[in-house]
Each structure stands twice: as C-alpha cells, then as structure tokens.
Design a protein around this ligand. Structure first.
Ligand code: B16
Ligand code: MG
Length: 217
C-alpha cells in the first residue's frame, strides 16, 4: 500500500475563495444584509446549498424553494464571471513545485474539491491533465466535513485512507480529512486550522524535505 496526496482546489491550488466571498456577499447585499470575513470562513469547503443555508440564517431570512434555487444560480453565474478571467498565472505560488516533484517521483495525487466548478477551473489553469484522479462536487452526496470526497479519492488512487495526505484551507475540509483518518495539512491561518496535523501559511512555506518526510512516515 502506497502513499498518495489529495489536494483541495479553492484556497489551496488557486485563490478562488476570494471570488466565492465576493459572489456570496453580493447575494447577501442584494437581499439587504451583509456578513463578515470571519463568517465567510465557515463557508469555505462547504457545498453551494449548505453555504446558502448558512448565509440565509445569518440574515434571518427564509426563501421559497424556487427563490432559493434562483439565488444559487445567480451566485454561480456571478462567481463564474470571475473564473472566466482566470489563467495559469492564478496557480498559487509554491504549488507547481510540489506537483512537479510528485509527478517526477510517480507519487499519485488527486483533486478532492466540494466545487461543482472544479473541472472548469482546472481547464482554465491548464491542470486538468495533471491529476491521477479528480473528485469534485458532482461526485459526492455529502458535504465536508463528511470525508466522502476524500475517501472516494483514496479509492481512485488505489490506496487506503491512512496512506493519504490531504492539503486543505478550510476548517470543514481539515475535519473531513481527520475523520477519514488521513494526514491533514492546513493551508492558511494556524489559529483557524488548529485541528490540522500540520499548518503552513501557503505553499511557498512547504519545502520538498517536508514532502519527503511525509512519504517516509
Ligand atoms: P461550487 P473546495 C469549495 O471548494 C469552496 O471552498 C466553497 O466555498 C464552495 O461553496 C464549494 O466549493 C462549492 O463550490 O459553488 O463551485 O460548486 O475548497 O472544496 O475546492
Ligand atoms: Mg478549499
């Protein structure tokens, strides 16, 4: 049984988290309220439906099913207008170095994202052929912190969850990795991601020695 790596997309490979924030915030503002960047942390890694439910709670609002779906579609349209402008310059610094190292050493790696737009984004940044497996929001029924997305990725990479290392920027995603019995590497704020086994501010802080250490353990 071999080691394998799983990468979240939004906030790990690319900074689309900022586009999600802008689009959700516009939705809230159009409905007549606002939410903070701190509250936004709770939306990271969480599915589109679950995100809108949380936001409506913050605004103390209820929508009919039809209006709920219409607002979700509007948010996604707005979000995709940002995605449309993306190219491979948006890949976060330090990420290519790690992916190239894994490729050169034949270590399998997958994408494990809650996003239904993951494949569109990977195409935009020219990374759609690089992953050995892609598991995204269209493949799962349970949102992070449920480990489903990562467990499917492990299966596709032909290895046990215990052999997988997950890179995540969200609290829900770190919890999903932990519940799935995987090694969790948080990307972001140490205080926010304290449940992770390791935390780095971003990928420029990750040395190849660290990857090699994970491979030996
Ligand atoms: P979509 P990840 C997650 O992606 C985002 O962090 C989260 O903010 C978003 O709501 C979710 O995908 C669903 O995305 O609306 O594009 O289907 O971080 O798991 O890669
Ligand atoms: Mg993320």
């Amino acid at each position: 049984n071999h080691k394998a790596f799983i990468f979240d997309l939004d906030g790990v490979i690319v900074d689309t988290a900022k586009f999600h924030f802008l689009a959700w915030r516009k939705l809230a503002n159009d409905l007549g309220f606002d939410f903070t960047e701190e509250q936004n942390e709770q939306l990271k890694g969480v599915s589109r439906v679950e995100s809108l439910k949380k936001i409506l709670k913050w605004g103390d609002m209820k929508l009919s099913e039809k209006e709920f779906n219409r607002q979700m579609a509007l948010k996604n349209e707005n979000y995709l207008s940002y995605v449309d402008e993306m190219d491979n310059a948006e890949i976060l610094p330090g990420v290519p170095k790690v992916l190239d190292y894994l490729k050169e050493n034949d270590i399998p790696f997958a994408l494990g994202s809650a996003s239904k737009n993951a494949r569109t984004i990977l195409k935009k940044i020219d990374l759609d052929d690089k992953f050995d497996a892609i598991v995204d929001g269209t493949d799962v029924s349970k949102a992070k912190p449920d480990p489903e997305v990562f467990l499917i990725a492990a299966e596709k990479l032909n290895t046990k969850p215990e052999n997988c290392v997950v890179f995540e920027d969200s609290v829900a995603g770190v919890q999903a990795a932990n519940i799935g019995k995987m090694i969790s590497v948080g990307i972001g704020d140490k205080k926010v991601l304290q449940e992770a086994d390791y935390v780095f501010t971003d990928f420029t802080e990750i040395e190849i020695e660290f990857i090699e250490k994970l491979l030996r353990n």
